[in-house]
Design a protein around this ligand. Sequence first.
Ligand code: 5AD
Ligand code: SF4
Length: 463
Amino acid sequence: MHAPQVVPIVDSVAVATPKPTVYIETYGCQMNVADSELMYGKLAAHGYAPVDAPDGADVILVNTCAIRENAETRVIGRLGELRRYMKPDTIVGVTGCMAQRLGSRVLEHAKHVSLVVGPDGYSALPSLLDGARKGEKFTATDFDLEEHYEDVVARRFEGVKAWIPVQRGCDYRCTYCIVPTTRGPERSRKLPDVVREVQQVVEQGLSEVVLLGQTVNSYNDGSHDFADLLRAVGAVDGIRRVRYTSPHPNDFSDRVIEAMATTTSVCEHIHLPMQSGSTSMLKRMLRRYTREEYLECVARMRSAIPGLALTTDIIVGFPGETEDEFEDTLSLCREVRFDDAFMFKFSAREGTPATRMPEEWTIPDDVVAQRFERLVATVRGISRENNLARLGDTVEVLIEKVARDGELLQARSRDFKTVMVPADAGRIGDYLTVTLSGTTGATFTGTPVVEKNDRRTLPLTVV
Ligand code: 5AD
Ligand code: SF4
């Protein structure tokens, strides 16, 4: 995708110096993917050429996640492995949430790392790299509440959709979560800046945008709220699909739901993190809503948006989780009938309030594992039933990429279902109308619907 740049020979004697190459490996959430695109953009503007493999790169950056311990363990292992791709002068940097969390501790433990840069420090990357080339080491982890990287043109690698950060940081303080520590307080980009970026995305040939924020629907730039933003982005000429992630249930005002329902390009899917179905657990998690309030939010959405698909995040084994509380989570899944869920075993994060809860509240690993399995079975079962009921429906899909088997194309419906279509059904970036003709329970196969006026192009035997 982003192959090393071939530098042309300028004349018969002088050969242009090759650009230094940069490779970025990204872990974690979509916000990190968007941040990596910003870093590539910033560095490309300073003469670096992005490459898609670490082998021999002049700069290797690892953009990290800190949300669960296993995310950090993977990065530590990977940092060791990356050593084998280094040339003597390769600079290795660690960026993102783990960099913010551990700061200079990364430099102490990984001697081949020269830079540790948190999510608000990417504008300084070119100058930090210049310093690192002289043998210096840096930790840049100050928050910058004004930083939205407005002067950087992101270098996008996803084929059909653009990730657009509209808000950085988080003002909630869920007791399990490290994000407020690693990404700082909430701040929103100005609406006209977001709209301008969306217009650029259309000029680049993309028609789908995903608006990103930690609690994206609490977006407020001082003059506009999330409802204004949805309407403004949805009205950009050439945009056919608008999605957003992740909202907080408490920030779904009727205004926001109304904007979603009446802006035709906003897709009929909401990822609505629930975390637990038990009011007492939600209280210990400091989620600031009850089971009933969550259900009420779902009901308001469903009555305003027909055919709405709902997905969620759920944590199992949070401190003090009783069998009854866990059962409440299962029963809420059955009541809402989520289309899918990301499910996580609780991971204690240093410094979060959950780590200060009584020792005896810790749930033994075997209990967590067993509950996790029950939850997965429940969620997958419901999702399968939902999907079986959809067979025969006709939907619009956008072809996103070649499927993993290399033979089919992977497409997505507006309500976020993965649909496999035949390789000759179209090209990446095309919209198609398909009938959902089969399902594995998790994904669909789609049979393209032959439009009436396409018929004449088909052999008579088929017509
Ligand atoms: N342990 C397990 N899961 C967590 N999440 C956030 N923090 C933790 C943690 N400490 C989950 C939440 C959140 C998602 C992005 O990650 O479900 O919505
Ligand atoms: Fe973490 Fe809660 Fe903020 Fe989400 S809303 S980022 S879970 S603190």
